[in-house]
Ligand binder design. Structure first.
Ligand SMILES: [Zn+2]
Length: 210
């Protein structure tokens, strides 16, 4: 996965390649200094670091993208109660700041906003509200025992799903925050190293013109 480098990373790799080639030429001429060897070794270590970090960043971002899409909202047209002719036409944000999908039913020729969030982050507070409502119903309604047992079962199932989702999302968010922190560190370090390499390159220029 060498493709997902930042501009900064690409520039450093280019500079590193310049010094690597120069080292190879000096070695052929038998005039490779210890200083240049050390520089090349440092460059090699850094190249590995850059690619490893880029892979890690890519993995975290891909995971994040996958998570964004894990919620299937099973939308149904409010008029015909079917889902077969629905076309997603957009995303809206409601008053709770949740993102919801908007659909058009081509049978009924209407547009509507589905009432469930389209992503796991907003799904967490949504499920919390649902659980609260279920608890209120179970607690207050004069339900038959059998119905009450079923409602309690559904409630427990929902509560379990919520906790699983919460655990997964919290872990993914923590990983992403860690990656972003590392990304910043890496960018700062590369910025400094790039400056250093550019200065070294400028020092060489009067000689390479001869
Ligand atoms: Zn319809």
């Amino acid at each position: 996965m060498k493709q997902h480098l930042t501009e900064n990373e690409r520039e450093v790799i280019k500079l590193i390649q310049f010094f690597k080639k120069r080292g190879e030429r000096l070695a052929e001429e038998g005039s490779l200094t210890q200083e240049h060897q050390d520089l090349n070794a440092a460059c090699e270590r850094l190249t590995e670091k850059i690619y490893n970090h880029a892979d890690f960043r890519q993995q975290v971002l891909e995971k994040h993208e996958t998570l964004k899409g894990i919620i299937e909202d099973h939308a149904q047209c409010p008029t015909c109660n079917k889902m077969d002719l629905l076309k997603k036409v957009g995303v809206v944000t409601n008053e709770a700041n949740w993102k919801l999908n908007r659909y058009k039913c081509r049978r009924c020729n209407i547009e509507f906003t589905w009432n469930r969030p389209n992503n796991p982050w907003d799904m967490i507070p949504f499920l919390e509200v649902c659980l609260q409502e279920l608890d209120n119903n179970i607690g207050s309604a004069e339900m038959e025992d059998e119905l009450k047992t079923r409602a309690q079962g559904a409630r427990d199932h929902m509560s379990q799903s919520l906790e699983q989702l919460r655990t997964a999302i919290e872990a993914a968010d923590a990983e992403k925050a860690g990656m972003e922190e590392k990304d910043k560190e890496m960018a700062r370090m590369l910025h400094d190293f790039k400056k250093y390499l550019m200065i070294e390159k400028i020092k060489l220029e009067p000689f390479s013109e001869n």
